[in-house]
Design a protein around this ligand. Structure first.
Ligand SMILES: N[C@@H](CCC(=O)N[C@@H](CS)C(=O)NCC(=O)O)C(=O)O
Length: 197
């Protein structure tokens, strides 16, 4: 497979980590979001939505949307349970990530890491929603080591991506000790099996 992605994007890092952990070999094509490389005519043929990540398979099929991609890559592995209800509990977190976490946590982090803004200058409403999402994670992780089914899964890979990038970008995790411990647990558990570029 070939992954088209921007190495600074959490959505793309989810795909990279899932492939690395599962030992799926791939080639990586770097697409610079800020340089407009997701909006070139060639790229838009592949993904009319003009976004990375995109995965192109050897048979010509193409798949976009980070959580759809990691779900497909992880099917049949221990990162996605085969029981349908257990799968739906993983999906619960994947959908929550896209609607209630990524739009705030990733966007706030984008302003700092891509645009160079100070955290203090970010719209307080956006910050409040970002910390609200992180606090929801904290409440769950106070009770449980993992997000879904008391076991590591792509739900953790997905949610950890932008949570980690927010921590690295300097957001205040003082009130989020369980989230920080969970990020460390993810590092210990999701160990790359392959050495892709
Ligand atoms: N819901 C999509 C979001 C993808 C997305 O927002 N990608 C950003 C980079 S993180 C992008 O390609 N932006 C470029 C653009 O919109 O032109 C996913 O999960 O893959």
């Amino acid at each position: 497979v070939r992954i088209y992605g921007d190495r600074r994007s959490g959505n793309c890092l989810k795909v990279k980590l899932t492939a690395d952990v599962l030992g799926i070999p791939y080639a990586w094509t770097e697409i610079a979001v800020l340089a407009g490389e997701t909006r070139t005519p060639d790229f838009l043929v592949m993904n009319p939505a003009g976004q990375v990540p995109v995965v192109a398979f050897d048979d010509g099929r193409v798949l976009a949307q980070s959580n759809a991609i990691i779900r497909y890559l992880a099917a049949g592995s221990n990162l996605l349970p085969s029981d349908l209800f257990a799968q739906a509990k993983v999906d619960e977190w994947l959908f929550w990530e896209q609607y209630s976490h990524e739009p705030y946590v990733a966007v706030a982090r984008y302003k700092v890491s891509y645009l160079g803004m100070a955290i203090a200058d970010i719209d307080p409403t956006l910050l409040e929603k970002a910390y609200g999402a992180l606090t929801h994670l904290e409440a769950h992780l106070n009770k449980d080591d993992w997000l879904a089914n008391r076991a590591p899964s792509i739900a953790d890979i997905s949610l950890a991506a932008y949570t980690r990038l927010a921590l690295e970008a300097g957001f205040d995790f003082g009130a989020l000790p369980s989230v920080k411990n969970w990020l460390s647990r993810c590092d210990e558990t999701f160990v790359p099996r392959s050495t892709n570029p």
